[in-house]
Design a protein around this ligand. Structure first.
Ligand SMILES: [Zn+2]
Length: 113
């Protein structure tokens, strides 16, 4: 038995990242990358609209409904994680069970980042 006091043991444990916290850090990094990608896509689309003097009179709600339908179809494509075997969405970048990077070579929209 060591005679370290409990507070010191606790501090040691806190400073050692657990697998779970490492997975969470990887997820946060992946989310930040996705957000940045989404921001770049949005700005690029906005520039295309402006540069082409396109009128924005299309019904946005109809377009959104179309996109939601298309995404639901893409979300229904599943793959099994090679590391843990869990079934995951093909559009996901990482397994939400073990954090392993998923590799799906099928047709994925650039918006399935
Ligand atoms: Zn996995």
């Amino acid at each position: 038995m060591n005679d370290q006091d409990p507070a010191s043991v606790e501090k040691t444990l806190e400073s050692r990242p657990t697998l779970e916290s490492e997975i969470n850090s990887a997820r946060i990094n992946a989310l930040e990358l996705k957000l940045e990608t989404l921001s770049v896509i949005t700005e690029s689309l906005w520039n295309i609209i402006q540069e082409n003097n396109l009128e924005c009179s299309a019904d946005l709600k109809d377009k959104m409904a179309d996109v939601i339908d298309q995404r639901a179809k893409r979300d229904s494509i599943k793959v099994n994680c090679k590391a843990c075997g869990n079934e995951q969405k093909a559009s996901a970048s990482y397994c939400n069970h073990c954090g392993n990077k998923l590799e799906y070579s099928g047709d994925i929209s650039p918006f399935d980042y």
